[in-house]
Design a protein around this ligand. Structure first.
Ligand code: DC
Length: 224
């Protein structure tokens, strides 16, 4: 019997603020691939839990929340119970909640099938923490995008400021380092570079240089 074809997926993993979102969006547009921002799925659950006052631990309240919650994609936009939440998903307290809830097996299980179904149906650029290690271990191209903690904090500061969410740089850096430590140390699907992922360090590179490098890698694998 023949093996199923590997998904037409580019897996982009890495720590917070490395530029995965901007790079993935630009790369998907250039290649004509769909973009799947898996962080937004975890953020949607974090936001719903904050609103419902549910705590980040396995239990009846979380079970009920997850059973009722609809998380879907409309193009590249994540819908929470049919509503596009936009910038509400980017708030710092939602980032922290996303990381807290992402530790829980029931939360990861709810999102795993959704991610795999999307990746099986079309060519995709998928960014997250465990895409190359757990969600699509057979992805033909895996990239681990990183940068120094300072460079990542500076990038995140600009993103937040553009959305009217100003914060001191040191505080932004502390928050992303705390989130990375939690994401990398959890027992299930921790943030980790897959052995066969290409390392791209964006500390000294501009967005266009990173996108060009990733695009070159993609053309090497998918042609075009
Ligand atoms: O990529 P992001 O910053 O939007 O992700 C928010 C949080 O969601 C991140 O701190 C950890 C979690 N996450 C995850 O555990 N696995 C993924 N594939 C994507 C995100």
């Amino acid at each position: 019997m023949s093996q199923p074809a590997p998904p037409r997926v580019i897996a982009i993993d890495g720590p917070a603020g490395a530029g995965k979102s901007s790079v993935s969006a630009a790369l998907a547009a250039r290649l004509g691939f769909t973009r799947l921002d898996t962080g937004a799925l975890y953020r949607a659950i974090g936001l719903a839990a904050l609103r419902a006052g549910v705590r980040a631990e396995e239990g009846e309240a979380l079970r009920a929340l997850l059973a009722d919650l609809r998380v879907e994609l409309d193009g590249a936009e994540v819908l929470l119970d049919g509503v596009a939440e936009g910038d509400a998903l980017r708030r710092p307290e939602v980032s922290a909640a996303a990381s807290d809830f992402a530790r829980l097996p029931s939360v990861r299980a709810k999102l795993l099938d959704l991610q795999r179904a999307i990746g099986a149906a079309q060519a995709c650029v998928v960014d997250g923490r465990d895409i190359g290690t757990v969600v699509f271990p057979d992805a033909p191209l895996k990239i681990y995008l990183t940068a120094s903690a300072r460079a990542r904090a500076e990038r995140r500061l600009l993103e937040l400021a553009a959305k009217g969410m100003a914060q001191p740089l040191d505080e932004v850096q502390r928050e992303i380092e705390a989130r990375d430590a939690q994401d990398a140390s959890r027992p299930i699907a921790p943030l980790r570079r897959a052995e066969d992922a290409v390392l791209v360090d964006a500390t000294a590179l501009g967005l266009e240089e990173v996108v060009a490098r990733c695009c070159g890698l993609a053309r090497g694998v998918f042609g075009g």
